[in-house]
Design a protein around this ligand. Structure first.
Ligand SMILES: Nc1ncnc2c1ncn2[C@@H]1O[C@H](COP(=O)(O)OP(=O)(O)OP(=O)(O)O)[C@@H](O)[C@H]1O
Length: 598
């Protein structure tokens, strides 16, 4: 199994800039995120200040009437501050967080769809889901923690320093130096903690990926009675996660130990200096109360926040994991133009297009090249078949044509336009691809049928299903088109699913058709009728048919015979049979196999 690698491709400032962008989704509520800590900090600093004032007023010559006025004004101001900060806090929870969560869920999925297919294929699906489901969970919490555990203590510290410096400069200086040491200690550790947390989160997602992989393959696990093996495999992955969690916890332990020592030293120094100065008559009893309260209060707040730093770092680490997934390694980058970009070829072909591979070189790995200087032309409206040994490069050819992998050199042109100049979303509107393992959403048959042909009428859907030979089967189901397709397309059989995807192709009716072994799972009689339907489907289209069963391609205009990434023969079926080449060998092998099994 591939080890999860945690590289540092997303810098701290990128994390902060992403958080900032998230705030801008709901700018008014983001303002509350700043106002709340401000009011909270004001409350925290004003109470000790008020107590100090009150104590100083406890003098025999000062009457109650004189004290009552300022005290009433102070308490009503305090009440307003408290009330508004609670209100703002609820506004964040009611208005900002739910909206932000929905947007982030969408953003996560959008990020995944923006990734090149080749990069996506390298990740476990469960791992990807784990990562993107982290976004709506982590970011609102992170924003709140940032406000309450970073911004609020910093504002409180500033206010306290201002008030302290008015009372006694020495205390202000002690608090200032302590705060600088404290914040520096935290800041030094933050990048390290984020990286450690990102490693830990990476293992967490890897575990999710392993679990979902086992669940997806539950049939194989049961049939091979491999439940224990799967558990052990999971435990191996968990062990690596345990190690990275332990490293993270040690780092926190060390940080908290240092900060706690610093806290105790500061408290002792403050207490000593406070009593010393009071005894010498340099500060009043009220000042002493203010100084002690402010100093102890702010020290405590900062010290407590440092414990939250671990959670902030953990959340930043998880967020880094998600953003790193969206970072596409250069080997996968293809730079297809975006929809709104200048000079983008928004090509919707009205007629069947031609396809040309112009000296294309491609390989999956650096060691072995699959295609070298491959040149090939498929004329507009032509029907071609790709045949050859298994592993010869037929699927890779189609994947390159669809822009799913980048060619290392050479050009792939559709209607003489390089596919790299086209926006893929436009390009794909011209194409229908039927795979040998059709995939369906866990939605109704109707929803699956009209996926990509949203304006289809019932009449057209009926026609498409009849052509594909699946109409009667669907009508026979109790809920007809409204039948929900369960996991992996149940209640339809493999062959029925293939026919359903052929019906989709009839509906879509696009000028470029790619069929990948579409009759592989049909019985002989159904295959014959589907062959006829496919010939109907291929009319007025440029069609590429991948086939192992050569009977499927006997009526095709031209065949390309692949061997080790090279085209070793081209021509129609009857001409290739006259040559003593690979095609004849394959044909004879298939026919002798058929006669053997008869
Ligand atoms: N994602 C990948 N990473 C690395 N190698 C790959 C990848 N996909 C395919 N290959 C290799 O590239 C070669 C061509 O594979 P491809 O799937 O194109 O062959 P094919 O002719 O379509 O085979 P089949 O008829 O069995 O489907 C094979 O050797 C295969 O192992």
């Amino acid at each position: 199994m591939q080890e999860p690698v945690c590289t540092s491709r997303v810098a701290f400032c990128q994390l902060v800039s992403f958080l900032w962008k998230c705030c801008l989704y709901t700018p008014w509520c983001a303002l509350f995120l700043i106002l709340c800590p401000l009011l909270w900090a004001a409350e925290l600093s004003l109470i000790p200040y008020a107590i100090g004032k009150f104590l100083d007023c406890l003098h025999p010559r000062v009457s109650y009437q004189e004290v009552l006025g300022p005290v009433l004004i102070f308490f009503s101001a305090l009440l307003m501050v408290l009330f508004s900060y609670r209100l703002f806090n609820y506004m964040i929870g009611i208005r900002m967080v739910p909206k932000l969560r929905s947007r982030l869920a969408g953003l996560g999925l959008q990020g995944v769809f923006n990734m090149p297919y080749s990069a996506l294929k390298e990740e476990l699906p469960g791992k990807i889901s784990g990562k993107i489901s982290d976004l709506p969970k982590v970011i609102p919490e992170l924003l709140e923690m940032f406000c309450w555990k970073v911004l609020a203590p910093l504002i409180a510290l500033t206010l306290s320093l201002i008030l302290l410096s008015q009372k006694d400069k020495i205390f202000a200086l002690i608090t200032f130096f302590w705060a600088v040491l404290f914040i520096t200690g935290n800041l030094v550790m933050v990048p390290y903690l984020i990286q450690r947390s990102a490693n830990f989160a990476q293992y967490g997602n890897q575990i999710l990926g392993v679990i979902s992989d086992s669940v997806l393959n539950v049939f194989t696990v049961k049939i091979y009675t491999s439940e224990e093996k799967e558990e052990n495999y999971l435990q191996q992955n968990c062990k690596k996660g345990e190690k990275s969690e332990r490293q993270l916890q040690w780092a926190y332990f060390f940080l908290h130990l240092c900060l706690s020592l610093l806290y105790v030293i500061t408290l002792t120094v403050t207490l000593y200096v406070a009593f010393h100065r009071f005894k010498k008559g340099k500060i009043s009893i009220g000042d002493l109360a203010v100084v002690m309260n402010l100093n102890l209060g702010i020290s405590h707040v900062l010290w407590e926040s440092s414990f939250e730093f671990s959670r902030i770092a953990q959340h930043l680490g998880r967020m880094k994991q998600v953003l790193e997934m969206f970072y596409v390694p250069p080997k996968f980058i293809q730079n297809f133009p975006e929809k709104g970009q200048k000079n983008v070829k928004a090509v919707i072909f009205q007629h069947p297009p031609s396809v040309r591979f112009d000296h294309v070189t491609f390989s999956y790995s650096q060691e072995v090249s699959l295609f070298e200087n491959l040149c090939l032309t498929i004329n507009a409206g032509e029907k071609v078949g790709l045949v050859g040994y298994s592993g010869a490069g037929k699927t890779s050819f189609v994947q390159l044509m669809l822009g799913l992998y980048p060619a290392h050199s050479g050009k792939i042109l559709v209607n003489d336009i390089p596919i790299n100049d086209m926006n893929l979303q436009f390009f794909y509107q011209n194409i229908t691809f039927i795979s040998q393992n059709p995939q369906f959403f866990r939605r109704t048959i109707w929803e699956n049928l009209i996926y990509g042909s949203e304006n289809a009428t019932l009449e057209r859907v009926n026609y498409a299903c009849k052509q594909a030979g699946i109409f009667d089967r669907i009508q026979g189901l109790p809920n007809g088109y409204q039948t929900l397709l369960e996991d992996q397309g149940a209640p339809l059989s493999g062959g029925e699913k293939q026919r359903l995807s052929i019906a989709k192709a009839f509906l879509r009716n696009s000028p470029l058709l790619i069929l990948d072994e579409v009759t592989a799972q049909q019985d002989a009689l159904t295959e014959q009728s589907i062959q006829l339907a496919l010939h109907e489907l291929m009319k007025n289209k440029t069609s590429i048919v991948i086939a192992h069963r050569l009977k499927v391609v006997t009526l095709i205009d031209r065949l390309f015979v692949f061997n080790n990434g090279k085209i070793v023969q081209t021509g129609p079926h009857h001409l290739l049979l006259q040559q003593n080449g690979l095609y004849k060998k394959l044909w004879e092998a298939q026919n002798s196999l058929t006669s053997l099994t008869r």
